[in-house]
Design a protein. Structure first.
Length: 184
């Protein structure tokens, strides 16, 4: 004799679960249909009487039985209206301050800074939105470094990247580094 297959048991369990879910949903729909819905109109903002009162919970003794009619300023001062603006800060009286003029500053000596030794412009790429990047290699590195306008390289800011050269700037100096060496 062969052992009984487990498939009929799984099918029976699935049918029972589906029936239970369907029964729960039917009960929920029935409850929604028999529970009355309050469709009474809301009271206008000018009315001072309300069908409800604000009281404390059943456990506490109510101290007052306030109604919305006890607070008429609530309906007279709407929260949202077109002319509403934040309050303006009070202006403080201006105080006049006099300062002594600073003595003339001594001119700083101009320091001539050289481009790093062995710096070489290897390539220039024009990317999306006319954005250019330059590939620069320093003598102390085997690999190059991609730079963009505005970046700083050994104290030199990249001012401009043209199609054949880059312009570097530091304090009061500008240097141009070309992709190809000038022939004499």
């Amino acid at each position: 004799m062969r052992p009984a297959s487990k498939t009929p048991i799984k099918t029976s369990i699935a049918i029972l679960v589906a029936g239970g879910v369907a029964g729960a949903l039917a009960t929920l729909v029935w409850q929604l249909l028999i529970v009355p819905v309050d469709v009474s109109p809301l009271q206008s903002a000018g009315s001072t009487t309300t069908p409800w009162t604000i009281t404390a919970s059943n456990d506490a003794k109510p101290t007052t039985s306030d109604t919305i009619g006890d607070y008429p300023q609530t309906s007279r001062r709407p929260l949202f209206f077109a002319d509403r603006r934040p309050p303006q800060p009070k202006k403080k009286p201006a105080v006049k301050v006099t300062r002594k003029p600073k003595p003339a500053a001594k001119p700083k000596p101009v320091i001539v800074k050289k481009l790093p030794d062995g710096i070489k412009l290897v390539g220039i790429v024009k990317g999306a939105n006319d954005r250019r990047r330059a590939l620069v290699r320093l003598s102390n590195s085997d690999t190059g470094k991609w730079i963009e306008e505005g970046q700083v390289l050994d104290g030199w800011r990249i001012v401009k990247i043209d199609h054949l050269s880059i312009t570097l700037e530091t304090s009061r100096q500008r240097e141009k580094l070309s992709l190809f060496a000038k022939s004499n």
